[in-house]
Design a binder for this molecule. Structure first.
Ligand SMILES: Cc1cc2nc3c(=O)[nH]c(=O)nc-3n(C[C@H](O)[C@H](O)[C@H](O)COP(=O)(O)OP(=O)(O)OC[C@H]3O[C@@H](n4cnc5c(N)ncnc54)[C@H](O)[C@@H]3O)c2cc1C
Length: 268
């Protein structure tokens, strides 16, 4: 079917059976469950392998901090809370796709036929064919989420959301904001040009500092996507090592940010 015309032999064949299963918790003492050992999602949501990778990224930095004595043991509980929620969301979308691809009864079949016909002329019904497949899961209820202090305009960079991408200008050419994330927490500093000494000193607490003055945000993408109202507005956004927003604070005073990290047992 894909143009293969050389001689071939069938080596193995089996029945595929779409399953929606998750363990209720992924942490059992010193054992963490991840990937298909933790959850099974229908292949039609293309979330099995993808969510297994996210399962690895989530506890990696937490384990590292724990082993270095820089976090409390209960940090690992957040792995289970966050990833079980993600699995349930993936399962909901995967189930929806499965019911569309392989309608289990007359009503689903009717819905599919009607959707496919209407979709030719009605853009509004097209999302029924392809529910969200590739948007990342947000951890909106995570106990790790910090505050959202002051006025921010964009909900997609709220605490618990994956940090949005943006194109930045640098002396070495354009670069993507997420290229600057490393193994530490990163504080995005939306400054007005001058980096306050107290903010620069965050590095002494193990927080990487990424200054984004207006000239670096030439296209205005970062300010817009992180929700700052206008080029003159200032603010701090704290991003976790796995690329999720932990909190955001208007202005350039880092004390509330440090207090938040301290409260959550995340300061070295
Ligand atoms: C037909 C099909 C299509 C798919 N398409 C997609 C897709 O498009 N996108 C997507 O994201 N996901 C897809 N998936 C899902 C994806 O393949 C799985 O979610 C992913 O492989 C799970 O990875 P894992 O490492 O958790 O488990 P596995 O890949 O199952 O790895 C577990 C490994 O452990 C080994 N093992 C088991 N027991 C033992 C033991 N006692 N000792 C030592 N080793 C052991 C196994 O041999 C295996 O190599 C698809 C799956 C199928 C079946």
């Amino acid at each position: 079917m894909i143009g293969e015309d050389a001689p071939w032999d069938m080596l193995w064949a089996s029945m595929y059976n779409a399953k929606c299963l998750t363990l209720p918790a992924y942490r059992h003492g010193r054992v963490l469950f991840a990937g298909d050992a933790a959850h099974l999602v229908p292949i039609f949501g293309v979330r099995g392998l993808n969510s297994g990778l996210d399962d690895a990224a989530n506890p990696a930095w937490k384990l590292a901090r724990l082993l270095e004595g820089e976090a409390r043991d209960d940090l690992l509980d957040t792995y289970s809370l966050e990833r079980v929620q993600a699995a349930r969301e993936n399962i909901a979308y995967g189930a929806k796709s499965t019911e569309f691809m392989a309608p289990p009864d007359f009503a689903f079949r009717l819905l599919r036929e009607a959707t496919l016909r209407l979709a030719l002329d009605e853009p509004a019904v097209r999302p029924l064919i392809n529910p969200r497949q590739s948007a990342p899961v947000a951890y909106l209820d995570s106990p790790l989420n910090g505050p959202e202090q002051g006025e921010w305009t964009h909900p997609l960079a709220a605490p618990g959301q994956p940090a949005p991408e943006a194109l930045l200008a640098s002396p070495h050419g354009d670069l993507h904001l997420t290229q600057c994330f490393g193994a530490e927490f990163t504080c995005l500093v939306f400054s007005d040009g001058a980096l306050p000494a107290a903010v620069a000193a965050l590095t002494t607490h193990g927080v990487a500092v990424l200054d984004i003055p207006p000239e670096a945000d030439r296209l205005g993408q970062a300010r817009e996507r992180y929700g700052l109202p206008g080029a003159a507005a200032t603010g701090l956004v704290l991003v976790r090592p796995d690329g999720y927003v932990l909190g955001r604070w208007r202005g350039l005073d880092p004390h509330a940010l440090l207090a938040c990290l301290n409260d959550k047992g995340l300061l070295p």
